[in-house]
Write a protein that binds this ligand. Structure first.
Ligand SMILES: *[C@@H]1O[C@H](CO)[C@@H](O)[C@H](O)[C@H]1NC(C)=O
Ligand SMILES: *[C@@H]1O[C@H](CO)[C@@H](O)[C@H](O)[C@H]1NC(C)=O
Ligand SMILES: *[C@@H]1O[C@H](CO)[C@@H](O)[C@H](O)[C@H]1NC(C)=O
Ligand SMILES: *[C@@H]1O[C@H](CO)[C@@H](O)[C@H](O)[C@H]1NC(C)=O
Length: 380
């Protein structure tokens, strides 16, 4: 078989003296190979079946190949008898009011010998309906992207065609490499007064449906959240946290199209956020925090002139600086830890302890030499 393939593929040039035997072998080989390929394709299509898509709730007729009206056949679904309500009309099987339970591989066998004549993969679905489309520019003024979602499932393969119109001309639409329901468009110009019209048509074997949205450039601008947000305590200043961040890396030209920022923060144990709006700065010092409290901090970004605020950045946590401990009873339970640190499992002790002790324990590890001196002073 492999020799055959090789012969067929290389088209052995005719030897000058006409080695007709060689040619004959080649030709025969090719004929056999072709026959095998055809047979295989037929068998495969019978095993997998050709697809037949039908609308949910309709009556469905499946025709067994191209057999005559007066041939008698037997139908099976998934290899067993058809149990759903049905009618036989010669070589046709008729199912009434189909739903998803009728999906399956239907095969027909000609009586009386039972040769398989056809296989149909019946798929019940519905035609596409209206879509939900949203468009957004996180790369202003380069371009925007649109995403869409079917509000009703169709149950069968559905594809989408996108048409974008601006000032009476069609814009080039680029498919997204990773998201099936997303596409990208470049702004043909900046500060355009003409609206954009995005028309997405969903198409499947049972029908098509178009949805159109209309928007202006300035309304869809929404940057990605700021990145790399950091918050650090300020030494000797228990009410401060220094917060810094980077502008979103997707924003192409921060100098010509500056962003402003919105910072929010709250102690972990409270629900109330505090807000600060900042123009064009990528750092801020919180000055009204509570000493020794863990804070949760997030930042959002927005173009200074148009569009809407980004989503919040990933939350960062930071605890304000804590004053060094004085000699109170709070410290005492922790003293053994200082004298023999290995006796406390480090993963458990601080977190599970009472909050003051936990804090003391944490400070202890930071200031242990200092503390040792203080303790010596205390006990003297
Ligand atoms: C086969 O039968 C159907 C209905 O049973 C009829 O409409 C059709 O004309 C028939 N075809 C032939 C070729 O007789
Ligand atoms: C089908 O019917 C036609 C006439 O109605 C007849 O000539 C033909 O032989 C029949 N075929 C079979 C397979 O019974
Ligand atoms: C046939 O098999 C498919 C997949 O295994 C299953 O989803 C379907 O419900 C079956 N159809 C019937 C009519 O049993
Ligand atoms: C949307 O596109 C479809 C398919 O190209 C077209 O039939 C329909 O008229 C378009 N709708 C609008 C509002 O342009």
């Amino acid at each position: 078989m492999n020799d055959c393939l090789a012969l067929c593929a290389t088209h052995t040039p005719t030897p000058p003296n006409g080695h007709w035997m060689a040619n004959l072998v080649t030709s025969l080989c090719c004929v056999v190979l072709a026959a095998v390929v055809v047979a295989y394709a037929q068998r495969r299509s019978q095993l997998v079946g050709r697809n037949q898509y039908e609308k949910m709730g309709s009556d469905v007729t499946m025709q067994c190949g191209s057999l005559d009206n007066n041939t008698s056949v037997t139908w099976k679904v998934n290899g067993t008898d058809v149990k759903a309500q049905h009618k036989l009309e010669g070589p046709r099987l008729v199912l009434t009011k189909v739903d998803s339970s009728h999906n399956g591989l239907y095969s027909c066998f000609q009586n009386p010998h039972g040769e398989r004549r056809d296989s149909i993969n019946l798929r019940i679905g519905i035609p596409p309906q209206e879509l939900a489309i949203t468009c957004r520019s996180n790369t202003y003024p380069k371009g925007f992207y649109c995403t869409w979602q079917q509000l009703h499932p169709t149950f069968i393969p559905t594809t989408f065609e996108v048409d974008v119109q601006h000032n009476q001309r069609s814009l080039e639409v680029q498919e997204d490499r990773f998201h099936k329901n997303r596409c990208h468009v470049r702004f043909p110009e900046v500060f355009s007064i003409f609206p954009y019209q995005v028309n997405v048509t969903a198409v499947n074997a049972l029908g098509k449906a178009s949805t159109t949205i209309l928007f202006e450039e300035s309304n869809i601008v929404k940057p990605d959240p700021p990145e790399n947000v950091k918050a650090i305590p300020v030494r000797n200043n228990p009410r401060r946290l220094e917060v810094s961040w980077n502008s979103p890396s997707t924003w192409p030209d921060i100098n010509s199209f500056p962003l402003k920022y919105f910072l929010r923060y709250r102690p972990l144990i409270r629900d109330q956020w505090q807000h600060v709006e900042l123009s064009d700065s990528t750092s801020h010092t919180i000055t009204d925090a509570y000493a020794g409290k863990e804070y949760i901090i997030q930042v959002a970004a927005k173009d200074t002139e148009i569009g809407t605020w980004s989503d919040w950045s990933v939350a960062v946590h930071a605890t304000t600086w804590i004053e060094e401990i004085t000699c109170t009873t709070e410290v005492e339970p922790v003293i053994p830890a200082e004298t023999s640190p290995s006796s406390i499992p480090s993963s458990k002790a601080p977190q599970k302890a009472e909050p003051p002790v936990g804090r003391a324990a944490r400070v202890l590890t930071f200031f242990s030499p200092l503390l040792l001196g203080m303790l010596l002073l205390c006990f003297m």
